[in-house]
Design a protein around this ligand. Structure first.
Ligand SMILES: Nc1ncnc2c1ncn2[C@@H]1O[C@H](COP(=O)(O)OP(=O)(O)OP(=O)(O)O)[C@@H](O)[C@H]1O
Ligand SMILES: [Mg+2]
Length: 173
């Protein structure tokens, strides 16, 4: 039974990834946009009383679909809020590294154990009960990769989590 279940989960994961793939690229409306502006909008979407944002952002442009890139930051910020049970500080910093801008979103929440860290990008993987469907990071990763970027996570249980989102800088000439 367990073997069967595991096979079904793999099949389901592949299907979902296929569906996400199909909705890719086509609908992207890329244009030069201010990264700081996107992140600020994502923070505003997640504003609540218990959460405090600390930020240190560089002013750069990225060539992006602004709605979708905002969603990436919003999904990650939402997870940080959840991990801290809606109470604490989320730190967002960005730095330039060669042709890339790296934004790091850190929380002091519950962190992830090794199993969660390994599976957190999988479609429908969630450790949350009820409302969550486990697609926030899947979608964030897909969108980031659609922008030739990369997202990775480091986390320590009971300490917190840092999510790094690396994007190519848009150079106008
Ligand atoms: N900042 C974080 N701190 C601790 N655990 C996290 C963090 N971000 C993600 N996770 C873990 O990764 C899992 C997957 O995250 P993801 O955003 O994909 O799904 P979700 O938040 O559970 O559901 P959804 O985003 O669809 O509402 C979470 O259930 C949680 O266990
Ligand atoms: Mg989420």
């Amino acid at each position: 039974m367990l073997d069967l279940l595991a096979t079904e989960v793999v099949t389901l994961n592949n299907r979902i990834t296929e569906v996400l793939d199909m909705t890719r690229v086509k609908q992207l409306k890329k244009e030069p946009c201010d990264l700081q502006n996107l992140i600020t909008k994502a923070m505003e979407e997640n504003k609540i009383d218990g959460i405090n944002f600390e930020q240190n952002l560089v002013s750069v442009k990225v060539y992006a679909d602004s709605e979708r890139m905002k969603q990436v930051f919003s999904n990650v910020i939402k997870n940080a809020k959840d991990a801290m049970k809606n109470n604490g500080t989320i730190t967002i910093t960005s730095e330039i590294e060669d042709q890339y801008v790296i934004t790091t979103i850190s929380d002091c929440g519950q962190g992830m154990n090794a199993e969660t860290l390994e599976n957190c990008f999988d479609p429908m993987f969630s450790t949350k009960l009820a409302k969550a469907i486990g697609m926030g990071l899947t979608v964030a990763q897909q969108i980031t990769e659609m922008h030739n970027g990369k997202i990775d996570i480091s986390s320590e249980e009971q300490k917190g989590t840092s999510v790094r989102i690396k994007l190519p800088i848009y150079k106008e000439d």
